[in-house]
Design a protein. Structure first.
Length: 165
């Protein structure tokens, strides 16, 4: 396994919906995205930081999106879809996967901030391509297969004071 060193080029991909729902259900608190970005980069060369967010027309969401940009994230925004039966859906899984594969030729490490097990196959693919994969999420809501597919796992649950506001 490759050690972390300052010359590594890093991309940070944050699944904001996954992080939000987990932090709210477990702690009723919000994520400290500034600390999240700092801990994800760990003094290495940041190539891109992307936060994938959903526009749900809730109060203060534009202020949240602007704050992410101020911290150093590029935001990718998707509108929530409401179906005829009243159900709602919005996720960034495919967009995150495509960005990760596209960035793989330009970085040494991808830090995936999500606990979604759907990303396990993506992690395996990127590792096969020679990219280091680090997962940063809440351990008690992170899929085992995702942790196993990564080179390293940072459990946000063990550092609540760092990652939560």
């Amino acid at each position: 396994m490759v050690d972390i060193h300052p010359s590594q080029r890093v991309a940070v991909l944050a699944d904001a919906q996954n992080l939000y729902h987990t932090s709210q259900s477990l702690y009723s608190r919000n994520i400290d995205y500034s600390s999240l970005l700092e801990k994800a980069v760990q003094g290495r060369q940041l190539v891109r930081a992307i936060a994938y967010v959903i526009r749900a027309e809730s109060p203060d969401e534009d202020r949240f999106f602007d704050a992410l940009v101020d911290i150093g994230f590029e935001t990718k925004i998707k509108d929530i879809k409401t179906f005829g039966d009243g159900s709602k859906k919005a996720d960034w899984d495919l967009g995150i996967a495509l960005d990760a594969v596209t960035l793989a030729n330009h970085v040494d490490t991808v830090v995936l901030c999500s606990g979604d097990g759907d990303f396990a196959r993506l992690c395996s693919h990127l590792r096969h391509e020679g990219v280091r994969i680090e997962v940063l999420s809440f351990g008690n809501s992170t899929a085992d297969e995702l942790v196993e597919a990564a080179d390293s796992f940072i459990d946000m649950t063990e550092r609540e004071e760092t990652f939560l506001l």
